[in-house]
Design a protein around this ligand. Structure first.
Ligand code: NAD
Length: 286
């Protein structure tokens, strides 16, 4: 086990709410921070939905355990107050370097010396803003995947300045909250998962956009030949269209830009967002 008892999660959006709840569910005391009372009211609704989800999808959560987790969460709209007793702070505020830097500066000034700092950033490297924390040796990335109760990888990635003892504590913490820790040994944009997944999805998009093969054929090839349960377009449907659209639109590659145009025109603008909306590359009606 770890020396960690009190955990503060900064940001209670899509991922922050899941991280905070998973941590409380595992028995830790959690302070959930967000910018104001309105954001915290939304957080409470997210946590209530997570209780229902856990009761339905997580074995053993039904015997009062999911509700007991909820009771271990307290709420704060004041960063300094939120981190004052924290052993570990996990940050899941918006993916903006300015917001991350400003947030970590406030945390670094207010948190006790012992506190460990972790960011859930998907696309920024921890070294991009480690100095803002004032203690880069106690800072690293702890990167969760959406739907943490099922897709339970937690990628742990330090910088050249991260203290190995801090790294080991965070690996143990990840395990203690039911995640499978993925030890990333050096800084890598996209960690392990997206370093593998993004090139696969880009290649699938290019095969389709260039008319080499249709969606079903590309997916079938990947499933049969590798034994994978899903092909790349089934994965697009699970991720939803908006993130792939943003990534492809930002690419210099004309094929990826064409893919972005198609995603916008034929999917996003038609309300076809994938599994979540019932239709994407495939139909999920019923
Ligand atoms: P989100 O927009 O759903 O949530 C962000 C939360 O941060 C909001 O509740 C917002 O009110 C709050 N917040 C706190 N401080 C803020 C400030 N100073 N300014 C504005 N808002 C502030 O975002 P998300 O999808 O949960 O992503 C959060 C982080 O987690 C990002 O770094 C993202 O890269 C990472 N992440 C997201 C996913 C995902 O699938 N959504 C997966 C892994 C990692």
């Amino acid at each position: 086990m770890t020396d960690i008892k009190n955990v503060t999660v900064l940001g209670t959006g899509v991922l922050g709410s899941q991280i905070a709840y998973a941590t409380a569910y595992a028995g830790f005391d959690v302070v959930a921070y967000d910018i104001d009372d309105a954001a915290l009211a939304t957080a409470r609704e997210r946590f209530d939905r997570l209780v229902t989800t856990y009761e339905a999808e997580v074995e053993g959560a039904g015997d009062g355990k999911a509700k007991a987790g909820l009771a271990r969460i307290s709420y704060s709209a004041d960063v300094a107050e939120a981190v004052k007793d924290a052993d570990l702070v996990i940050e899941a505020v918006p993916e903006s370097l300015d917001v991350k830097r400003a947030t970590w500066q406030q945390v670094g000034e207010a948190a006790p010396e012992r506190t460990i700092f972790a960011t859930n950033s998907s696309t920024l490297l921890p070294s991009d803003f480690m100095e803002a924390t004032g203690r880069p040796d106690r800072f690293l990335a702890l990167h969760f995947a959406n739907r943490v109760w099922v897709q339970n990888t937690a990628e742990v990635m330090g910088t050249a300045k991260t203290d190995p003892a801090v790294y080991a504590t965070v690996v143990a913490f990840a395990r203690a909250i039911g995640m499978v820790p993925i030890e990333v040994k050096k800084e890598q944009p996209g960690y392990v998962l997206n370093s593998l997944l993004v090139p696969l999805l880009n290649a699938a998009a290019a095969l389709w956009v260039n008319g080499v093969a249709d969606v079903e054929t590309i997916d079938k090839t990947w499933r049969i030949a590798t034994g994978a349960p899903m092909g790349p377009f089934q994965i697009f449907d699970v991720i939803g269209m908006v993130t792939p659209y943003n990534i492809s639109k930002g690419s210099d590659d004309p094929t990826q830009q064409k893919f972005a145009e198609i995603l916008k025109r034929d999917f996003i603008d038609q309300g076809k967002l994938g599994v979540a909306s019932g239709e994407g590359f495939y139909s999920y009606a019923g």
